[in-house]
Design a protein around this ligand. Structure first.
Ligand SMILES: NC(=O)c1ccc[n+]([C@@H]2O[C@H](COP(=O)([O-])OP(=O)(O)OC[C@H]3O[C@@H](n4cnc5c(N)ncnc54)[C@H](OP(=O)(O)O)[C@@H]3O)[C@@H](O)[C@H]2O)c1
Length: 331
């Protein structure tokens, strides 16, 4: 199961470390790749030394494996590639780029480890293709190492937005909700927020990785929120859809125009399910819901959410309390 140099335990430790490296790299690309998944690849030599590591930079760019192989070639290291570690099963189809399976088969690699199978039926089948070509292909769940479950959980969470879109036709839904010390969502008069700096940074990190923001007319009318990424650096060139549920048409054209000028792509929607399907069809892997109690209660009641980020305002002088809950039930 774990060919190569060294004992089985040592080899498994090398592979686990390489998976950790790849998952960290992929995590750094989170939010940059829609409609593609966040994927990273690490190439090892026969001794288990890292030759090259690369993450998929986003649509229109090479996939992680193809990029890593190209980098290895440019560095004169390609003939030393023995093992390919990748966070997602190599694709086996001709999309905007060639199949990663074929890129791998141009190298001397004899072994491929991937974290998760491809949830996209169009691109799957890579393992079979590589096995037919005589390579040893293994999934992370086969790795005999104490960190396996943790690594699998990391990989699953990283892939979740893409998997959600390709399997359910809608983006992964992250809800952000802030409650003050008495459990109210309403900021005091004249303020748009009541949370501290740590929660504010988290909120902007959530915006950064989201491909769309979903809100309700109530929030727009009360706050005229900017919905831009400010407290962390934004992903260069990224533009988000701002979807506003507003059946009564209360949101004014001036607000929509200002949003456009801030780089957002505002759309007014009348139906929640339709707007989520539309976001999925437009390639949004993740939507961040930043709305008031009316919309949040609907989402909670029908279980239409994937991750709920709850920020509870702390007493003066203390940090806000943040909990992240995952909705593992199918919706
Ligand atoms: N603490 C926090 O985390 C937080 C976050 C955001 C906002 N807020 C606060 O929340 C307050 C606004 O509350 P709110 O409950 O009125 O805001 P909201 O939920 O953002 O907006 C409610 C409006 O959105 C539309 N809508 C909601 N659900 C819908 C659905 N399922 N389908 C179609 N349309 C739907 C409805 O307008 P139509 O009937 O016209 O369609 C509804 O009146 C503000 O004071 C704001 O500061 C707090």
């Amino acid at each position: 199961m774990t060919p190569g140099n060294g004992s089985g335990d040592q080899r498994a430790a090398v592979l686990a470390a390489a998976f950790r490296h790849a998952l960290t790299l992929a995590g750094m690309a989170e939010g940059s790749t829609a409609p593609n998944p966040t994927v990273a690849c690490v190439l090892l030599d026969v001794a288990g030394q890292t030759l090259v590591a690369a993450a998929h930079p986003g649509t229109g760019h090479p996939h992680a494996e193809a990029l890593a192989i190209r980098m290895a070639r440019e560095a004169g290291l390609a003939d030393r590639i023995a093992t390919v570690i990748v966070t997602l099963e190599p694709c086996n189809h001709h999309g905007r780029t060639g199949p990663c399976t074929e890129a791998i088969l141009t190298t001397p690699a004899r072994e491929v480890w991937f974290a998760l199978p491809d949830p996209n039926p169009v691109a799957s089948g890579g393992s079979e293709r590589l096995r037919r070509a005589g390579l040893t292909v293994c999934a992370l769940e086969e790795l005999d190492h104490p960190d396996r479950a943790e690594l699998l959980a990391k990989a699953t969470r990283l892939l979740a937005p893409f998997a959600c879109r390709v399997q359910r036709g809608r983006p992964f839904i992250t809800v952000k909700q802030a409650l003050d010390t008495v459990g109210s969502m309403f900021p005091p008069p004249g303020q748009k927020t009541f949370t501290g700096p740590e929660a504010l940074t988290l909120a902007h990190r959530l915006r950064r990785r989201a491909d769309a923001i979903l809100t309700g007319s109530g929030t727009v009318l009360a706050d005229r929120a900017a919905f831009t990424v400010r407290h962390v650096p934004d992903i260069p060139g990224k533009s988000r859809i701002l979807c506003i549920l507003d059946r009564r048409g209360r949101v004014d054209a001036a607000y929509l125009e200002e949003a456009r000028q801030r780089g957002l792509r505002p759309v007014v929607a009348h139906d929640l399910a339709t707007c989520l399907q539309d976001l999925g069809a437009q390639g949004c892997n993740e939507v961040l819901v930043e709305a008031g109690p009316v919309l949040l209660q609907t989402l909670r009641q029908i279980g239409l959410w994937d991750e709920w980020v709850l920020i509870r305002q702390a007493s003066p002088g203390q940090s806000d309390h943040i909990t992240i809950t995952s909705n593992t039930h199918p919706v």
